[in-house]
Design a protein around this ligand. Structure first.
Ligand code: PLP
Length: 430
């Protein structure tokens, strides 16, 4: 069957709103290392790691072996029974968490992790008022959408939680975005204080991504969340760091995205998903025991932490740490930046190259400075023809997103940058 036939069947039976890349969508059949092959035999260098899901490498032998071994015993019964891989993974995650007296709960996705974090915070604080950042993305359930600042991503304006949005996103074109770092931070802190004043401090939590992912890989100044935390602490409000994209060393400089804000920026709750399972559907929440245990309901997530996903995730984390893939993300991310940074000023459409480690955004604009989603689409199509997969995002769909598996090699970084730069140079010239 050709890609075209499968795409036709896909469109006939799946929702129209289910995002699908490329004019002629590809059908990925297998992967190895940093490459995937489609059903027609074409090979692609994967600079999007699935969608930041393949954290270490495609078909990592240790993950495959762990999944195989567990599948040969039992796939899953339920977490009503003791589950060795889940306990071992929870111990490992707790050890890596940087949170005092941590407890870990596993889910099947980032959305469910954030829902759980909101449940914990609202229950702990006895308030359903939540703060989020403008331009944020936290998932596609009813309550995760309610804290997603970008209304164009939200199918409904009805909401189970009351959300107030504060400044803190450095999206181009917004009033504060161009301020120097220290002034930007102080303006955002002032906004937070103002919003809290209006709500009499009766707020459960602030939920935020250390680097906005779907929002276009835009990072606030280092230290901003530590300043936020100072303010939140005065009211006893919890800080939830959504590390679904930024966790496990992706930013190169730190294991968690929040660590760019120093120890004073340590969150009360961390949520994670995507990369931990290297493609297996597992996510979760880490919280201080008093917060985690504030929910008294006797409850489970039917599939969260199933032995097969936990065994695979444990093998994946062990590989990541034994091979210092965080260090590799820093090194190969620097190689990419060396190649790409010069595009600003040289290629008129490239307004910005930003990010940390292997989380790099390239923002595209038209000659008049307005967002250029059509150029992002053109670059995506061209790089695909040249054997490179990348992502796109941002409120206006004009930010290319580069997030390869963390085992990326230097030659692969150079090859991907070369293909991307060639496509950027060509863009808009047809
Ligand atoms: N939080 C962030 C920061 C995300 O980027 C995403 C997904 O892109 C989610 C939450 C939702 O995760 P999932 O799609 O696994 O439900």
């Amino acid at each position: 069957m050709t890609h075209a036939e499968l795409a036709k069947r896909h469109r006939a039976v799946l929702p129209e709103w289910l995002a699908l890349y490329y004019e002629e969508p590809i059908d990925v059949e297998r992967g190895e290392g940093r490459h995937v092959w489609d059903a027609e035999g074409n090979r692609y260098l994967d600079f999007f790691g699935g969608i930041l899901t393949t954290m270490t490498a495609h078909a990592l032998p240790e993950v495959t072996a762990a999944v195989r071994e567990q599948a040969g015993k039992v796939l899953h019964t339920s977490t009503l029974y003791l589950n060795r891989p889940m306990v071992e993974l929870a111990e490992r995650v707790a050890e890596l968490s940087g949170i005092d007296d941590p407890r870990v709960f596993f889910t099947t996705s980032g959305t469910e992790a954030n829902d759980t974090a909101l449940l914990l915070a609202t229950s702990y604080r006895g308030s359903n008022q939540v703060l989020a950042l403008r331009n944020s993305y936290h998932g596609r359930s009813f309550s995760a959408m309610a804290v997603t600042g970008n209304r164009s991503w939200s199918p409904t304006s009805l909401s189970p939680v009351q959300t107030a949005y504060v400044h803190g996103s450095r999206r181009r074109g917004t009033p504060l975005a161009d301020l120097p770092d220290a002034e930007f931070t102080e303006a955002c802190v002032a906004d937070l204080e103002d919003v809290l004043g209006q709500l009499n401090g009766n707020v459960a939590c602030l939920i935020a991504e250390p680097i906005q992912g779907v929002g276009g890989f835009s990072a606030p100044p280092d230290g901003m969340f530590a300043r936020f935390k100072e303010v939140l602490d005065r009211h006893g409000i919890l800080w939830i760091s959504d590390e679904v994209q930024t966790g496990w060393g992706r930013t190169g400089e730190h294991f968690w995205g929040w660590q760019a804000h120093g120890a004073a920026g340590a969150p009360d709750v961390v949520t994670f998903a995507k990369g931990i399972g290297n493609g297996l559907s597992i996510g979760g929440v880490i919280a201080r025991a008093e917060v985690m245990n504030s929910v008294r309901a006797n409850s489970i997530s039917t599939f969260g932490g199933s032995p097969i996903t936990a065994a695979g995730a444990l093998a994946n984390l062990d590989h990541l740490i034994a091979n210092d893939l965080q260090g590799n993300a820093a090194r190969t991310g620097a190689v990419l930046r060396e190649q790409l940074d010069g595009a600003v000023g040289r290629i008129p459409a490239v307004a910005d190259v930003r990010g940390k480690g292997l989380m790099i955004g390239v923002e595209l604009v038209r000659a008049d400075g307005t967002p250029a989603p059509e150029l992002a689409t053109e670059v995506l199509e061209q790089t695909r023809r040249d054997g490179l997969l990348i992502g796109k995002g941002g409120l206006d769909g004009n930010v290319l997103r580069i997030a390869p598996p963390l085992s990326l090699t230097e030659p692969e970084a150079r090859e991907g940058a070369r293909i991307l730069l060639a496509a950027l140079e060509k863009a808009g010239q047809r």
